[in-house]
Design a protein around this ligand. Structure first.
Ligand SMILES: *[C@@H]1O[C@H](CO)[C@@H](O)[C@H](O)[C@H]1NC(C)=O
Length: 282
């Protein structure tokens, strides 16, 4: 049997005792050794401790210096490079989300000018920005993509992805069953198109947001709180804290760098021999 008392249990005990005895023996020998040996041991210990302390201090100093640069390090590691990264850069700040179920903020109001203005203020309808030629490759733009004529400063017209995501979320909001009639009747923005196109625009937006949320999946958790003191019930705490990127800096940069409102007809450089031209919308 495995649990046989005599063999399995007693033999480790015996060897354990033996080990202890050996250690005691070693201690005794050390204690009886000459004072020089003890002094040497003490000096070596002191040296070791000092070295460790020094390493720790150097590490701590490096750590403190790195902390300041951690934001750009993380931003550069997790986001596509763009001119924004070079000119402004990513910073992170802790924000409390508002996960209220019944208390509505302006972004949640029923269709109308007030809620539209709130969404508009996020920069969802900004015109393209210019990505200078020297940033194009690092920003993921191929040399044969659409370019601005050198006459007008050159570079590539482009839109900030995050603002497109918000544009998309706004279109989903406008297409909610209780908002749809209002925006359909107004016939502005995406609703100038046929219903068939609007439908595809909406599902394009839904799917872009799905992919973005999956790409940056939040691995934080929602805890629970007690509500109703008279007969307490558990309720999910949606008001969680998040480390957020500097959205306002992104919006401000995109606003400032918009291309002209009424560009001249030769603003874009026409494609040249060898540039890829697709047969249909990809
Ligand atoms: C969330 O927003 C609503 C509406 O602005 C406000 O009444 C509520 O206090 C906010 N909740 C939190 C936890 O910030």
């Amino acid at each position: 049997m495995f649990c046989d008392k005599d063999s399995a249990l007693e033999s480790p005990n015996e060897s354990g005792e033996r080990l202890l005895a050996e250690e005691e023996g070693a201690l005794w020998t050390r204690n009886e050794a000459s004072s020089t040996l003890r002094y040497n041991g003490f000096a070596a210990g002191l040296l070791q401790t000092t070295a460790l302390l020094l390493f720790f201090l150097i590490g701590a100093l490096f750590g403190l210096q790195w902390r300041g640069d951690m934001d750009s390090l993380c931003g550069a590691h997790t986001s596509q490079y763009s001119t924004f990264s070079r000119e402004i850069g990513t910073k992170y700040n802790v924000k409390a989300f508002n996960g209220s179920l019944l208390k509505e903020n302006t972004f949640r109001l029923n269709a109308g000018p007030e809620v539209d203005a709130a969404w508009e203020s996020l920069g969802i309808n900004y015109r393209s920005v210019r990505i200078p030629s020297e940033d194009a490759e690092r920003s993921g733009l191929a040399a044969d993509q659409v370019k601005i004529s050198t006459k007008y400063g050159g570079g590539f017209p482009a839109n900030v992805e995050g603002l497109h995501h918000l544009h998309c979320l706004n279109l989903l909001r406008q297409s909610l069953f209780y908002n749809y009639d209002y925006y359909h009747a107004k016939g502005e923005g995406p609703f100038v198109n046929d219903d068939y196109i609007v439908r595809h625009h909406v599902s394009h937006c839904l799917d872009i947001i799905r992919q973005q949320l999956m790409c940056t999946v939040d691995t934080g958790v929602l805890g629970q709180i007690w509500i109703y003191p008279d007969s307490p019930e558990p309720y999910v705490d949606f008001n969680t804290r998040h480390r957020c990127k500097n959205f306002e800096d992104v919006r401000g940069w995109a606003e400032k760098n918009q291309l002209p409102l009424d560009p001249p007809s030769d603003f874009l450089q026409p494609p040249v021999e060898g540039d890829r031209i697709y047969n249909e919308m990809p």
